[in-house]
Design a binder for this molecule. Structure first.
Ligand SMILES: NC(=O)c1ccc[n+]([C@@H]2O[C@H](COP(=O)([O-])OP(=O)(O)OC[C@H]3O[C@@H](n4cnc5c(N)ncnc54)[C@H](O)[C@@H]3O)[C@@H](O)[C@H]2O)c1
Length: 286
């Protein structure tokens, strides 16, 4: 089904359905006048977001650790690649400087860089009876990657966006990426669930902090999506996960994530929200 985003959004703006003519600040435009940064933009959900932003005409900078994939994604989409590690303030500062030199000050941040591990909180060795503990450093690494990496990117984005003149009534929009594991994490997901729950938890206070600057923030909680990460899983596991959805019984497509991410940017009244996109999945314990 093809619906023009402009027409679909503008029924209520009083300007004959053309968002370009809307002067009431009811929707942030996503077009050639707007720049965006996408972290984790070299792959999966981030790459789909880069493509959706480019299709809408926006200038895009891809921030990613992976230089080869990032350069390739940039060449394919017409984005700018900025090598970045969201865990390093210096790396983020350099990436934002490069992005702004190429595309101007961004108004949109889609934060997808993140990841997890799978490890039980406590294991008992069947033969020796010895207990194995979840290594503290591995727990900290995953929580830091998701929570601190997202937050450090947001502060830098906000410091730039706050200097902009308002456009369509606001200065910026942020989309963070949590996971349904933040709410129904499975066995072995203690670190990942904690990192993603931290993103959900910070969404409202950040929205409150940044509201005075005209910047909104929302968090998407994806279910299971068909990205390189998930596609590597054994078929038996994919079938089991797909069966946990209400409907449709399949993985989500990255384009479905990107469609929601752009709507969260466009719709000015969406703020401080954590929204699941998951086909009604509720994770079982394993
Ligand atoms: N795919 C899913 O089913 C799913 C479900 C729920 C949540 N998520 C979340 O969505 C986000 C994207 O997942 P994906 O499946 O597209 O993964 P992906 O592995 O395809 O892409 C992640 C990208 O992030 C980059 N990255 C990792 N660490 C980084 C760092 N420190 N600095 C900069 N870039 C870094 C990687 O190089 C990679 O290109 C992640 O935060 C993930 O936890 C994914």
């Amino acid at each position: 089904m093809k619906i023009s985003a402009r027409l679909a959004l503008c029924g209520w703006c009083g300007n004959k359905g053309d968002i370009k003519k809307c002067n009431k600040g009811l929707a942030m435009r996503v077009d050639a006048k707007v720049s965006a940064v996408v972290t984790g933009g070299a792959s999966g959900l981030g790459l789909a977001s880069v493509k959706a932003l480019r299709a809408a005409g926006a200038k895009v900078a891809i921030f990613d650790l992976n230089t080869d994939a990032g350069e390739q994604a940039a060449a394919e989409t017409g984005a700018v690649f900025c090598q970045a590690d969201v865990l390093s303030d210096e790396s983020l500062d350099a990436a934002f400087a490069k992005a702004r030199a190429a595309n101007g000050q961004e108004r949109i941040l889609i934060s997808c860089a993140g990841g997890g591990n799978a490890k039980a909180t406590l294991r008992k060795d069947r033969e020796t009876g010895a207990f194995g503990l979840f290594p503290t450093a591995e727990f900290a690494r995953v929580v830091t990657l998701n929570a601190v990496g997202t937050f450090a990117t947001i502060t830098r984005f906000a410091a730039g966006a706050a200097t902009l003149d308002t456009l369509d009534g606001e200065r910026g929009a942020i989309v963070c990426t949590g996971s349904v594991a933040a709410q129904d994490g499975q066995m072995g997901q203690a670190a990942y669930a904690a990192g993603k729950a931290a993103i959900v938890g910070m969404t409202l206070p950040i929205a409150r902090d940044l509201g005075r600057f005209g910047i909104r923030v929302n968090t998407i909680l994806p279910g299971i999506f068909s990205t390189p990460l998930m596609n590597r899983a054994p078929q038996e596991m994919k079938d089991r996960l797909s069966a946990m959805t209400a409907f449709p019984n399949r993985f989500g497509e990255p384009e479905e994530y990107a469609s929601l991410a752009l709507e969260l940017c466009r719709n000015t009244y969406l703020n401080a929200q954590a929204i699941r996109i998951d086909a009604g999945i509720r994770f079982a314990a394993k």
